[in-house]
Design a protein around this ligand. Structure first.
Ligand code: 4AD
Length: 576
């Protein structure tokens, strides 16, 4: 039974609060439907007429009058609830006002004023010469800011960025309320130089007199800015690569890539090499069977090319020195920051040259490419974003023999992990000094390159570490201990990235080549066309392959080659 105080005013209302089974939402304060909190009782019934609040902690307890301190707390709680309610009401009113404004905005229809001077339709990069005139620009909303009745847009069209001001009636249309990042719009207006103290891309801005939406972009949770941020992990960023590409850094990397490819072509054309396009579908290996991607080609076995080298060699008698920019494919299971399953391979082949000529050519081709790249309009802006401290390498590049590199590693106490302990946890790995004949692994190579701090031609690798086609070094230089054979091969190592180029002179004697196939257990028959190159007028020749993504990672200061491809391919990643 409920106990009540004797001095209860007669007009008092009694409400019940059951902290366990009561409900602030469904309760009405009666003994059958008590509230859960005294604060809600005060909100619902108010302090007047005087309230009598009877509470209990559970059904097993008696109803008792609320204590003084609990009542004080409940009053405070009630104030809080009331404030929240007022806030919600205000927000609702504002939303209703906005909805009404949007509804009204639907009636505002913009029309281009045809009495104004004709606007010049152009791209952002050409704008400077049209200052003071009416221009028409289309692009994507890169940045967006509203201030009162003004909308400030930074528009992006792939050639540059442009500030656009949309004000007055133009900002009152329905589309303005739906405008968001990555929508496409067309803007027409006067192009004005901005005062020196105000900064705007290109030093000018368009004050719109007409605009329209070409394509909206999602708002809310699905909006561009909600899809990813600095904390998003690499796997999600890769899934969203198609959106990530639109950002300033990634688009700068890709623009640099475009300029780089064109500079390579410029440099190689100037060195009298001709560009050819070899096939990607092949039936022979170049760099070892372990990294071949095989597939069914109609009824036959075929592979995705690992390198176009063999084809380039066969073209020498037809076109002279040649090069190609072609995708190469390697099934490399390792998840490193410099390996891709598909990469862009710039390869060149030169006839009637010596090994020394080859290295000199590579050095010239690279330095000419960099000179051309840095002189390309727009590239200095990209380099400012990506790698402001970049300095072109000084010539000549250091040339270091494989044997000297092994000695350098020993002298600098750079060891390698033994094959037996390679897969053990770090604490159990055993490290030993390098000896002649060892492969110089990525980690050691990187340490050496970073320590020396300039491009290094590492040359003269033992034949057992390299592909079948490599020419033996001439004279005693080709002979190593225990029958080891040193080859006319070279890798170009760049600080921060490691190997960017692999090249060599090729065995040019048909019999020697057949012997090399035999030694490596490769059937010679499928290579009949390659052997014929030696049979029908052979010559000393050599060439190289340059990994475009690694080169770009070096120039653009990227941590991984994965950022240097349009849509990177590595183990487990073939989408988008
Ligand atoms: O040293 P590699 O394997 O040499 C060849 O393929 C020769 N047949 C090229 C030739 O002489 N025409 O590869 C050449 C370059 C490497 O230095 C590296 O920059 C790049 O190609 N490369 C890779 N880049 C990214 N991911 C991979 N998995 C790569 N494999 C090689």
């Amino acid at each position: 039974m409920a106990s009540t105080s004797t001095d209860t005013p007669t007009d008092a209302v009694t409400v019940y609060v059951d902290e366990k089974v009561g409900s602030d939402d469904a309760g009405d304060g009666s003994i059958q439907k008590p509230y859960q909190s005294a604060a809600q009782a005060i909100v619902n019934h108010g302090p007047s007429p005087p309230l009598v609040i009877l509470t209990r902690k559970s059904e097993e307890e008696e109803w008792v009058a609320i204590g003084i301190s609990a009542l004080k707390k409940a009053r405070k709680g009630a104030e809080g609830i009331e404030k929240k309610r007022q806030k919600a009401l205000a927000a609702e009113a504002k939303a209703a006002e906005k909805a009404a404004a949007q509804e009204k905005a639907k009636d505002v229809v913009l029309e281009e004023d045809l009495s104004l001077p004709q606007a010049v339709k152009t791209k952002i990069k050409y704008l400077e010469k049209y200052r003071g005139q009416r221009v028409r620009i289309s692009g994507w909303v890169h940045r967006l800011r509203s201030q009162g009745k003004m909308i400030f847009v930074v528009l992006r069209d792939g050639t540059g960025f442009l500030q656009v001001i949309i004000g007055g009636k133009l900002s009152q249309v329905h589309d303005a309320s739906l405008l968001t990042n990555e929508a496409t719009i067309e803007v027409v207006g006067n192009l004005q130089e901005v005062p020196a103290e105000k900064s705007a891309p290109g030093g000018h801005e368009v004050v719109a007199d007409y605009w329209k939406v070409i394509g909206h972009a999602p708002l809310g949770d699905d909006s561009y800015l909600s899809r990813f941020n600095e904390e998003t992990g690499p796997s999600i960023l890769a899934d969203l690569r198609h959106l990530v590409l639109r950002g300033e850094t990634q688009s700068a990397v890709l623009k640099l890539r475009t300029a780089l490819l064109s500079s390579f072509r410029h440099a190689l054309d100037a060195l009298d090499l001709k560009e050819v396009t070899p096939p990607c579908i092949v039936q022979t290996q170049v760099e070892g069977g372990a990294t071949l991607f095989g597939f069914k080609y109609y009824e036959e076995e075929a592979y995705l090319t690992q390198s176009s080298q063999l084809y380039l060699e066969t073209v020498l008698p037809a076109l002279g020195d040649v090069y190609c920019v072609q995708e190469s494919f390697r099934a490399e299971k390792s998840q490193t920051r410099r390996h891709l399953s598909e990469f862009t391979h710039l390869e060149a082949e030169l006839a009637f040259i010596t090994f020394d000529d080859l290295m000199t050519h590579i050095e010239n081709a690279i330095c000419d490419t960099i000179d051309h790249l840095l002189a390309t309009p727009g590239v200095s802006e990209l380099m400012k974003v990506l790698n402001p401290d970049f300095k072109p390498p000084s010539r000549p590049f250091l040339r270091m023999s494989y044997a000297d590199a092994i000695q350098w590693l020993v002298d600098h106490k750079i060891q390698h992990v033994t094959e037996e302990t390679e897969d053990l946890p770090d604490a159990e790995k055993v490290y030993v000094d390098h000896v002649l004949g060892d492969d110089i692994a990525e980690a050691a190579e990187r340490k050496m390159t970073d320590e020396i701090g300039r491009p290094i031609f590492l040359y003269g690798f033992p034949s057992h570490l390299k592909a079948f086609y490599m020419q033996k070094m001439k004279g005693p230089a080709g002979e190593g201990p225990n029958g080891m054979v040193f080859t006319e091969s070279c890798d170009l190592l760049m600080p921060g990235v490691g190997e960017v180029v692999g090249g060599s002179m090729r065995i040019h004697d048909a019999d020697e080549l057949l012997a090399a196939f035999k030694k490596q257990g490769i059937p010679a028959e499928p290579y009949y066309w390659y052997v014929d190159q030696r049979r029908y007028g052979t010559c000393e020749h050599g060439g190289y392959g340059l990994g475009v993504e690694r080169f770009l990672a070096w120039i653009g200061n990227r941590y991984t080659v994965r950022e240097c491809q349009l849509y990177g391919r590595w183990p487990g990643r073939a989408t988008p």
